[in-house]
Design a protein around this ligand. Structure first.
Ligand code: SAM
Length: 280
């Protein structure tokens, strides 16, 4: 099948550069360029935006992002074996692809991107959640990025987008939905990847809100939510006991029954409680 961009098909790229997938690096490659273009489109209009991509691997999503009009892509890849394949893409799109070889958890990308930029990635599963939490907790809000379009294991995607009362509702849902509009935009079966992982995957689109959805001090909110969900089967009057001697009264003032469990408390109620705790 002819590729979208005149570059060789990904199977050929992988064979030419001998990119045998490494499990330790979470390598499950996307080979269908129509699919990677679709993921790129899920990031919205890319023209006029720089895009940060973590883990480009052989470059399937990178090519999708460039073909869909990203002004510039900065790709951070840990595996040096992928660099020659990425150099071919860079040559095909002069001045539009920069590659940094390194660990995305350690590389400082700010100097290379014009804000507001977009982040799009088929993330390595072993570092995906950690990266997301970092992106969601910058020192200031709004952040330098305007949206995140990220592939996760389906279960993680469900934890990010869960609503109060859902099985997957917890800290990640609160953290993500306090500051972004988060939704699952695509679901992918294991066979979409090479090699096929054991689990299903999903793409989540998170759009930064101009300000957090409800007023609250970030650290206090995180403390309340962590205490509540660390002992999610316990009633809040017990799991939050350590936060304040008058916690029952504060819960009631926030409109939360002290006998309730964290999984049934809405984001708005958690924020109200966090504000009351700061004042108490
Ligand atoms: N984007 C490619 C695709 O969709 O086919 C590859 C996705 S694969 C799931 C994850 C990629 O992240 C691999 O290329 C892997 O080498 C890279 N990677 C793993 N850990 C990394 C890290 N800490 N920093 C940067 N890249 C990493």
């Amino acid at each position: 099948m002819a590729a979208i961009d005149g570059l060789p098909p990904l199977r050929e790229v992988i064979a030419t550069h001998d990119l045998v997938a490494k499990k330790s690096l979470g390598q499950n490659f996307l080979l269908d360029l129509n699919l990677t273009a679709k993921i790129a489109r899920a990031a919205g209009d890319l023209s006029g935006f720089d895009v940060l991509e973590v883990g480009p691997g052989p470059g399937g999503l990178t090519r999708g992002l460039l073909a869909e009009g990203a002004r510039k892509v900065l790709a951070v890849e840990k595996d040096s074996r992928c660099l020659p394949a990425l150099a071919e893409i860079a040559a095909h799109y002069p001045g539009r692809l920069a590659v940094i070889q390194g660990d995305a958890l350690a590389v400082d990308v700010a100097a290379h991107l014009s804000p507001p930029y977009k982040i799009a990635a088929n993330l390595p599963y072993n570092v995906g959640t950690e990266l997301l939490v970092r992106w969601l907790t910058p020192p200031a809000w709004p952040p330098a990025w305007e949206s995140l379009t990220l592939m996760f294991q389906k279960e993680v995607a469900q934890r990010i987008t869960a609503k109060v009362g859902d099985t997957h509702y917890g800290r990640l849902a609160i953290l993500a939905q306090w500051r972004t509009e988060a939704r699952i935009v695509m679901s992918l079966p294991p066979e979409a990847f090479q090699p096929a992982p054991k689990v299903h995957s999903a793409v989540v689109h998170l759009k930064a809100l101009p300000a957090p959805r409800y007023e609250a001090d970030a650290k206090t909110l995180e403390r309340v939510v962590a205490a509540g969900f660390n002992q999610r089967r316990k009633m809040l009057r017990s799991s939050l006991k350590g936060l304040h001697p008058e916690i029952e009264a504060l819960l009631e003032a926030a409109g939360i029954a002290p006998t309730e469990r964290a999984e049934r408390v809405s984001l708005e109620q958690f924020c109200t409680l966090a504000r009351l705790l700061v004042r108490a």
